[in-house]
Write a protein that binds this ligand. Structure first.
Ligand SMILES: [Zn+2]
Ligand SMILES: [Zn+2]
Length: 469
């Protein structure tokens, strides 16, 4: 592998990368609001002489779904953009992601004083590293000897937060999906991409990867009872007790969960009543159902919905179940991951590479990408504190951003040199889990539902509706 010229250029320009890390850390923005981040990065990419493309106009040549009628596709504006590097020689296209969104952690000492936003998941370091990848790929004669192409994508909204805000964006027709990567899949931006990767920041000093991690369904239950004076509870229908029963019923189901499915159900009561001297008539419970395999956790989800509906019925409450397809399980591609292990070896040394991490139970919308093409989501050290916590920060930006960029460029070169031999082999030997993007999205769409779950009939019968659509 001849990657020295790329690495040298990254090293020579690392102040640009480290500046980006500082700027985005100081200007944290949550999903679908990352406009300052967008502007800063767009400007930095364009200063390298690159042409950036927003996501509101997807050329027919990019979105294969549109190619039949030769029409470009137009969408509402969202933050983020992509840049294509085309070698001019045929071969697979590799997508590289940098996530732009922050979290809301109001007690983090460096959070935005107005919004509480802070990069407690280190996505700003990914953005800086993505700029580093662009710097590497703009080295003199950078694309000589490579085949295929590279798409760098600054992507919004990985974290599944601010549900009401995203619901409103959906209602306004701005977005179709709550998560950025799924939105880009839907917009057609991944139609002509063959494999994908990204490196997320984590604590420690290693490059790591495992087999993958859970997917999830995002859930909201609304129990509706009847309010009454707390001293005359016989006049009311207690929605809080229905919710308590429901959580207990779901807990009783846990022994039916099989360990290999790594199911996680972690409900919280987000509204448990409003007045201590009134019977609660509206109680909301939110949770995810997480699991390793989509069809399995869909079945578990049905069981949980049944437990909740039956519990509501036992008290005489109505129940509304709102299920939203979260992230799909993430399946890291072994062959692609091993390319990273080889690429990182001269940079980090063997002791700082661990590609045998166990299956993870957290979720990422990168899982959606891994369902439609070979893909790997790796982690690199450099962070300190607890991810999503109030003490998180990037302690070693050189590692999280500069070294990360070097590893990513080295892997890209390895994949696309020699006629893109390695990339072609990975694509050929790893057919995606879904044959087409549309088929994949249609399966996910079946998860989304918002329906009444308990019906009381005049003759006294009660029926439960567990329909997910
Ligand atoms: Zn996160
Ligand atoms: Zn993250």
């Amino acid at each position: 592998m001849e990657s020295q010229k790329y690495l040298q250029r990254i090293e020579d320009n690392k102040s640009l990368i480290l500046d980006a890390e500082r700027y985005i850390w100081k200007n944290p923005e949550t999903g679908f609001k990352e406009w300052k981040t967008h502007s800063y990065l767009k400007d930095a990419f364009e200063k390298l002489g690159l042409t950036t493309h927003s996501f509101d106009r997807i050329p027919a040549s990019v979105a294969i779904q549109s190619a039949e009628n030769g029409q470009d596709r137009f969408f509402e504006k969202i933050p983020g953009f992509y840049v294509d590097f085309d070698t001019g020689r045929p071969g697979p296209r590799i997508a590289v992601f940098g996530e732009m969104d922050a979290l809301i952690i109001p007690n983090h000492p460096e959070c935005d004083s107005q919004t509480g936003a802070v990069h407690s998941c280190g996505h700003h370091a990914q953005c800086a590293a993505l700029l580093g990848v662009a710097i590497g790929l703009t080295a003199p004669n950078a694309l000589d000897g490579l085949s295929g192409s590279i798409r760098l994508i600054a992507v919004p909204a990985e974290e599944g937060i601010e549900i009401d805000f995203r619901n409103s964006l959906q209602k306004e027709g701005v977005i179709r999906y709550h998560h950025g990567k799924k939105e880009l899949i839907w917009r057609g931006l991944m139609d002509d991409v063959d494999l994908a990767f990204m490196i997320h920041t984590v604590s420690g000093d290693k490059l790591t990867c495992g087999t993958g991690s859970n997917g999830c369904i995002v859930k909201k239950f609304t129990f509706i009872g009847r309010s009454a004076h707390a001293a005359e509870p016989e006049e009311g229908t207690n929605a809080l007790y229905a919710a308590n029963l429901a959580i207990s019923a779901a807990n009783a189901l846990r022994e039916t969960f099989v360990e290999k499915d790594t199911i996680r159900f972690h409900p919280i009561i987000t509204c448990g009543g409003t007045s201590v001297n009134a019977i609660p008539d509206c109680v909301t419970v939110e949770s995810y159902v997480r699991g390793a395999e989509l069809n399995t956790y869909l079945e578990i989800n049905k069981k949980i919905n049944r437990a909740f509906a039956a519990s509501a019925a036992s008290i005489g409450c109505r129940l509304r179940i709102n299920d939203l397809c979260g992230s799909s399980p993430r399946h890291n591609n072994k062959m692609l991951t091993s390319v990273f292990a080889d690429a990182a070896l001269p940079i980090l040394g063997n002791d700082r590479i661990d590609m045998n991490r166990p299956w993870g139970t957290a979720c990422s919308d990168f899982g959606d990408i891994s369902h439609i093409m070979p893909a790997s989501h790796l982690f690199i050290g450099g962070a300190a504190g607890m991810a999503h916590g109030s003490d998180y920060y990037i302690a070693n930006p050189e590692l999280s951003c500069v070294t990360s960029a070097k590893i990513q460029v080295s892997a890209v070169v390895s994949l696309l040199e020699n006629g893109a031999e390695k990339a072609k082999t990975i694509v050929t030997e790893n057919p995606p889990l879904f044959a087409s993007v549309r088929e994949f999205l249609s399966v996910l769409d079946k998860v989304d539902s918002n329906h009444e779950a308990v019906f009381y009939h005049k003759n006294g019968d009660v029926t439960l509706s567990l329909e997910t659509k």
